[in-house]
Write a protein that binds this ligand. Structure first.
Ligand SMILES: [Zn+2]
Length: 401
């Protein structure tokens, strides 16, 4: 599947093409890198360039370019990652660097570093950064022409990193969106999250475990109905929170469809198309089955130290989150919100139980949640539910170019 047939991803400005990756022979190996034309994965023309690094080492490919980035604000790279047996390892430990150099030997250059640790997923990915997020070497100056573009992979322990680059753009813009989600149906989803968001005109998505509704410390069906009727989504967190990688595909499907059936019986239609994997865990075969179950998105639960905010990934079944927790405090999560606005992408936040004091693990302070909400409002980032986000993604719109 090429990227051109996919949803519009809230794109409002396609930006300026800087590099279309149309010819592998234009790339020079400076360090362990090999190149091949990839006619299966591309964004521009009819091919991209597949970069293959070396095992457990640094690999660098460089191309002569002539780019004026003096007035650009953001750089966006579109790339494709093959799903193979080593992909998890290099996404765990690898680093991707993009070099933009004023000179031929990369002395005076700008470098954008991405420590991968699952910021990227198998399939198509979109990376976006602001120029001022690059580190600066030598006397690099954005006012001078960029004459070399470099791609480096580092330290992939278990195997060679393989990525097909499809396009690099200046100033591509999506409509910034923030999706607030809360998992497991803790009672505070109603008593704190809904109670604070609703009077402020904000909506969220409660990912609910069917069998626990009405249980001790959990939301009740009546509360879910009130939240749903106020415009919030009641999403699918499976019937009983089974780790879907520990059961057969058939059983995993039944955990999801049982929950979806319950949601539809209760009239919770909007959220029934949106799944959050228990523990963020899935299998490749399950991903393949989800579209036929009527599931449109799948949300992960990874707790990244700095979540990758993206113009939505093309694989809507592997949606990353920012995870407020004892490890990610209020000041940190505020920086996530800043990045959504600056990079013009989407951020999904994942909350669990809110507590008045002494949070542990995935819990967060009620007072911090409230201050974060006030911060989001002050930043004027548009807050949407999963179903609103998906609908807006899928609606074609006029693109400036
Ligand atoms: Zn959960």
């Amino acid at each position: 599947m090429t990227r051109t047939v996919l949803p519009k991803n809230l794109l409002v400005n396609a930006g300026t093409l800087l590099e279309g990756f149309q010819n592998a022979s234009e790339w020079e190996n400076w360090d362990n890198m090999t190149f091949a034309n990839d006619t299966a994965h591309f964004r521009e023309g009819a091919q991209g360039v597949k970069f293959t690094g070396a095992v457990d080492s640094s690999s660098l490919g460089v191309k002569a370019v002539n780019l004026d980035l003096s007035s650009a604000t953001t750089i966006t790279a579109v790339l494709y990652i093959e799903n193979n047996t080593i992909v998890d390892d290099y996404l765990d430990y690898g680093t991707l660097r993009v070099y933009l150099s004023n000179d031929e030997d990369l002395t005076n250059n700008f470098v954008y570093w991405l420590n991968l640790d699952h910021r990227l997923s198998p399939g198509y990915n979109v990376i976006r950064f602001r120029k001022n997020e690059c580190s600066v070497s030598g006397s690099a100056n954005w006012k001078n022409p960029i004459i070399r573009l470099g791609i480096r992979f580092s330290s992939f322990a278990a195997g060679a990193a393989v990525m097909t680059f499809c396009g690099i753009y200046a100033d591509q813009e999506n409509i910034p969106k923030l999706v607030i989600t809360a998992d497991d149906g803790d009672a505070t989803a109603y008593s704190e999250i809904f109670a604070y968001l609703n009077p402020r005109g904000l909506k969220f998505t409660a990912f609910i475990i069917g069998e626990s509704v009405g249980g001790i410390g959990k939301v009740t069906l009546t509360q879910l109905q009130e939240m749903y009727n106020a415009g919030n989504d009641v999403g699918n967190h499976t019937w009983d929170h089974t780790d879907l990688s520990t059961v057969s595909l058939e059983e995993a499907i039944s955990k999801i469809t049982t929950m979806r059936g319950w949601q539809l019986d209760q009239g919770f239609v909007r959220g029934s198309e949106h799944l959050a994997y228990p523990y963020g865990v899935y299998t490749t075969e399950l991903l393949g089955a989800l579209p036929s179950l009527g599931i449109r998105t799948g949300r992960l639960a990874n707790a990244l130290s700095v979540p990758y905010t993206y113009p939505p990934v093309d694989n809507l079944y592997l949606l990353n989150v920012g995870n407020p927790s004892v490890d990610n405090d209020l000041a940190t999560v505020k920086t996530y919100v800043d990045k959504v606005a600056e990079r013009k992408g989407t951020l999904i936040l994942l909350f669990h139980k809110l507590v008045a004091s002494n949070p542990v693990d995935e819990q967060w302070l009620i007072s911090d949640f409230q201050e974060l909400v006030r911060y989001i409002l002050a930043k004027k980032v548009d807050v949407v539910t999963m179903s609103e986000w998906y609908r807006e993604l899928s609606t074609p719109r006029k693109i400036a170019r």
